[in-house]
Design a protein around this ligand. Structure first.
Ligand code: ZN
Length: 262
């Protein structure tokens, strides 16, 4: 198997892989406040782990390369809390499109955005759509929680609180599994953390927002107290399986479609 990492390639190997029809997976994440207890790199650590493990699995069945994780995202709604690096929504959309344009310039014709931060999601889908309108290429985009929703529900991930939520029981479980030493247990939340019942509670595709409460109360959605490292690694496993499955499926569609248009 070729090296999975785009950034381990040379211009020569990448040019050849572009001609051979490799898809490039671009992981999107964030550097933003995650409550008083989790590191600001939470989404990047989670996203990078999922992207690497899922791509490693999928690469056994479909040709793909994994690009470096874009570790700064659109996190404007977290800036007020500190500990956040962010692009505005218009800059972020443009940045994603220009990353795609760079790949197109390098000869790649299949681009897949894989996301680990909610604030990036609408711009990721828009960038994927704009690129496929402007160039004769394939694009795809998804957030890990959408790909793994049914697998996570089957293993009762909802017992942690919101899935994925923000800095609550679910994300804290994932970090407990990946880098537990970074959790500040002296500052984890009291069990009385109030929930914002309306966050993500409407029908799929709807949005309800309130100033200062876009990510829950005090910048997190639910209590971290139920978090559990063993459950976190079980959730990660389910996410990696679902994501790898989707990458193979998308890779197959892109290959079939490439043949049809010839
Ligand atoms: Zn997060």
């Amino acid at each position: 198997m070729n090296d999975l990492l785009f950034h381990h390639g040379t211009r020569e190997t990448l040019k050849r892989q572009a001609q051979e029809g490799y898809a490039v997976v671009v992981p999107l994440a964030a550097t933003e406040q995650h409550g008083p207890h989790l590191p600001v790199f939470t989404d990047s650590m989670i996203g990078e782990h999922i992207a690497f493990e899922a791509c490693k699995k999928a690469a056994m069945s479909t040709k793909l390369l994994l690009a470096p994780t874009l570790v700064v995202g659109c996190s404007q709604h977290h800036l007020a809390y500190g500990g956040t690096l962010s692009f505005s929504s218009s800059t972020y959309l443009l940045m994603l499109k220009e990353i795609g344009e760079s790949l197109v310039s390098g000869g790649f014709r299949k681009i897949i955005y894989l996301n680990a931060h909610g604030g990036n999601e609408p711009f990721m889908h828009q960038a994927a759509q704009d690129l496929a309108v402007q160039h004769d290429i394939w694009t795809a985009s998804a957030s890990y929680w959408s790909l793994s929703r049914s697998a996570l529900m089957e293993i009762q991930a909802q017992e942690m609180g919101m899935v994925p939520g923000h800095a609550g029981g679910f994300e804290t479980s994932l970090i407990a599994s990946l880098a537990g030493h970074l959790i500040r247990s002296d500052t984890t939340d009291s069990p009385k953390h109030p929930q914002c019942s309306w966050i993500n509670a409407g029908p799929p595709g709807s949005f309800v927002g309130k100033h200062s409460y876009l990510t829950g109360v005090d910048g997190y959605t639910d209590s971290a107290l139920p978090a559990d490292a063993a459950k976190g690694s079980m959730y990660l496993q389910a996410i990696i399986e679902s994501t790898a499955h989707w990458l193979v499926q998308v890779g197959n569609w892109m290959n079939e479609g490439a043949e049809v248009t010839k």
